[in-house]
Design a protein around this ligand. Sequence first.
Ligand code: ACM
Ligand code: ZN
Length: 493
Amino acid sequence: MFRFLRILACTLLSVAGMAQAADKYSIIPEPGRTELKPQATRTLKLLSDKAEASLGKDAYRLAVTPGGVHLASGGREGRLYGQATLRQLQDQLAAQPEGIPCGVIEDKPRFGWRSMMMDTARHFVPVEDVKKFIDVMSFYKFNKLHFHLTDDQGWRLPVPGYPKLETVASKRKETFGNKTPHEGMYTKEQLKELVKYAAARNIEIIPEIDVPGHNQALCTAYPEFLCFPNPKLEVRTNAGISYTLVCPGNPDVWKFYNAVFNELKDIFPSQYVHLGGDEAPEDNWMKCPKCADFREKAGIRDENKKAAAQKEMVEFFTRCAKMLKSRGKTAVFWYEPMGKYPDGVIVTTWRGGHTPKTVANTTGDKVDVICAPNGKCYFDYPQLPGDWPSGQPDTGWMPVNKLENVYSLEPGHGLSAKEMERVRGVDCCLWAERLPNIERVFYQAYPRALALVETAWSPKEVKNLDRFKDKLEFHKKFMQEKWGISLERPEKK
Ligand code: ACM
Ligand code: ZN
């Protein structure tokens, strides 16, 4: 009898123990195919790591066996992704030492473009903080950092021959009336080091230099670049749209961009340069005699001033794209419905859920599309109602963008398979007017970035919101332990 009770107690204990062992993997983004086996393993030692070209360059296979793990990958990217998955499994095992299931994972990304946009112009981000951001991106299989370096509120790229970019354009006297100066400028060496650091983690840095608008900082340093020079201009201290477009009729503007693009080529090996092109009201272009001259020389003859100015915009974009092309680069623009984009460029669709419209509008232009509809992909929007950093005013217009809403994104929803060929992937945007430090950037980015990367990586069929939320509980704890990243509010309201 006594022996029987002891056996029963042992059985119950071991059942309780098994209940704590994992019965599935908690991998974000969800792999394309997972086959679980009845055995469990308590070791994830890498037993073999072989190349298997037939898998495809960004694909991998992980076989988890009782004795350890076998990795096969089709190329450098696939190998890095396989290693990233293995690291997540190892963390899961550390949290669930009773064991995790044996099985086979076969995986590759749905989209080749999985980026996050970091806005260093509104709030400068020190290099060490950018590196930390890259570490986390890489861990979750993002592959591009869209690095927004210039805007009305600050300029962060040094360009030889233009010292006032640093002495004037990189500084502003305050932010939203807080009476606290803000400044920051990268050095060329820092940027090159950052590029190398990112590349080792399979993150390509795509610089953004916003043209022809969003240039109040630049035109404070060099007022002569404006259609109507205003020496009283100041680097902008709040959010909004400026009328400070550079003047295409001024040859010095082109000399400047020549120098900028040379510098970008020198620093960033990426094939892509984002040129912005968003929110550029042409009011001054319509009144400017130098612009009239520029249009005349470009053969733009339109009675309607607005239509003429829009054609001037197309001409401006076309020249910039050509200058980049001669340097082996492809231009990317925020999509604005202003006319034909130059063949071969990429547009980022950002105005509320307009991917199908953007694809339709650019059909025939040989233009690919990146999907960043603001309602789902803008992470400067609050995750919860009223969730603003302390001391920052409510914009009064930003919608709440909840995790579930982000997860529901289907890039290019409603497009045919043929049209989907032009959709390269997704970009999540962290506009930083209200993100004053890296803690706030992380807080705004996560966990929503995980929802988006699962959308960008995983086949539609394996996405499941409830399952994603289960996995998140584990990853929240893990992000706190591994990187000290709190997904809770960093400050009290
Ligand atoms: C943008 O949000 N102005 C692209
Ligand atoms: Zn002008």
